[in-house]
Write a protein that binds this ligand. Structure first.
Ligand SMILES: Nc1ncnc2c1ncn2[C@@H]1O[C@H](COP(=O)(O)OP(=O)(O)OP(=O)(O)O)[C@@H](O)[C@H]1O
Length: 414
């Protein structure tokens, strides 16, 4: 939905973050505080035609996001055009921070939270795959958090529709550390997102940015050429994986996602099921309980914080409902306006039509009378012509009788 610029209050000085192509800052639609994402105007200097692709990509991000509505996907609210730069601005739900920042911070990240966030992202991926969309840039920058309560997938700038697979795919999309081996080629599928999910799990479990080692190993010369062999992904990522406790329940799931062969990775739906199962296991339940040292003297406060988290979750859910309701109301208003405009133009057209002089239709009886009058005057004319002829003939007959008296022209001749 395109919002009129006047309805939006942009707060460009309240910047949330900056990416390679754009900036995200605070905005307000009526009373709803939201996030606005705009492209860097510097990229569009001098009307460079190469930036047309960027513009198109941004509009495609808006289009893809507008089709998606899911609790674990950052909610798209609409778009508007910046009157200064004439560039589009994407409006979406405002989130608290991204997962990268959270993992770099000091806040504890207990096991149950790791499972919850993984489950949230897996559900978002399963949802987009079932809608024939692949994200192609799943990484911790694009996982956005609402406090410690919920994780959502955002930034659909690299997304692509699965049906477009026949057209040439972008080689190496997304962040390098998160990239699947097949991304080097043009031959990949939605399984690319599953690989990135595996990297995300390792990133969450280690809290270390998962930079892998070299992709190829030099194994000497063959026929005068250097011979390079591909290093399996699990080996490239060994350094990080070895930091994880081998009994961590998310580890086998991560390893499975990091398989070199895309066909051996689990589907997004399967991944969701695997993570969901972890929630019923005792390890998860244990993690929910406050730790022993917390219990000592801090029992009350930790209980209170669990209650606070629960209250926050309810509040967030209510807020999400409000967001959705507002977006729906705005859409409805927009439609009502369109309908009113349509009716107005229609009425104008009708009024114009009315102003034109319309020939009065002649009633049927009137037509018939006119026809009879016409016929009557024609027959009267014929009668008078006939009477004239008869008079002429009578005078000629009288004339002839006067001449020789022999010829009788009887009155029956009349
Ligand atoms: N809806 C949102 N609410 C809060 N913060 C957001 C929101 N969307 C994006 N951000 C944050 O704003 C910053 C810029 O986001 P943006 O999507 O432009 O770039 P990026 O994902 O960091 O990188 P790239 O440009 O390579 O995609 C990031 O830190 C991101 O986490």
């Amino acid at each position: 939905m395109e919002f009129g610029y006047k309805n939006i209050h942009l707060m460009k000085d309240k910047v949330v973050g900056t990416g390679a192509y754009g900036t995200v800052f605070h905005a307000r639609i009526d009373n709803l505080v939201c996030a606005a994402k705009s492209l860097h105007p510097v990229l569009f200097r001098d009307n460079d035609p190469s930036t047309a692709g960027l513009h198109k990509k941004f509009l495609s991000e808006c289009q893809i996001m507008s089709r998606l509505r899911h609790p674990n996907i950052v909610q798209y609210l609409g778009r508007t055009t910046d009157p200064q730069t004439q560039l589009p601005i994407l409006l979406m739900e405002l989130m608290d921070c991204n997962l990268t920042k959270f993992l770099e911070g000091e806040e504890p990240f207990p096991y149950h939270l790791q499972v919850n966030f993984s489950h949230d992202v897996a559900k978002a991926i399963a949802f987009i795959h079932s809608n024939q969309i692949m994200h192609r840039d799943v990484n911790s920058n694009n996982v956005l958090l609402l406090g410690r309560v919920q994780a959502k997938l955002g930034d659909f700038g690299m997304s692509s529709l699965l049906q477009d697979r026949k057209s040439r795919l972008t080689q190496c999309p997304g962040a390098l550390a998160y990239m699947a081996p097949e991304a080097q080629s043009y031959m990949y599928s939605e399984m690319l997102d599953i690989f990135s999910m595996g990297v995300l799990l390792v990133h969450m479990m280690t809290r270390m940015y998962p930079n892998p080692t070299d992709a190829h190993r030099d194994v000497g010369f063959e026929k005068g050429r250097r011979l390079l062999v591909a290093v399996p992904e699990l080996d490239r990522r060994r350094e990080h994986i070895s930091m994880i406790n081998s009994s961590h329940p998310l580890l086998p799931i991560a390893n499975n996602c990091l398989e070199d062969k895309a066909a051996q990775r689990p589907s997004a739906n399967h991944l969701c099921q695997q993570i969901e199962t972890l929630k019923t296991a005792p390890t998860y339940q244990e993690s929910l309980k406050p730790r022993a040292q917390e219990r000592r003297g801090e029992e009350k406060s930790s209980q209170r914080s669990e209650q606070e988290i629960e209250a926050l979750r309810v509040k967030v859910e209510n807020q999400q409902l409000e967001h959705q309701k507002l977006a729906e109301q705005l859409e409805l208003k927009d439609r009502q306006l369109q309908e009113a405009q349509y009716r107005f133009t229609q009425q104008q057209a009708v009024q114009q039509e009315r102003k034109r002089p319309i020939p009065r239709p002649i009633p049927q009886s009137e037509t018939a009378v006119k026809k009879l009058q016409k016929e009557l005057s024609a027959s009267q004319e014929a009668n008078s012509r006939l009477e004239e002829t008869v008079a002429q003939l009578e005078s000629r007959a009288l004339h002839l009788r006067d001449q020789d008296g022999a010829t009788e022209i009887g009155p029956d001749w009349k």
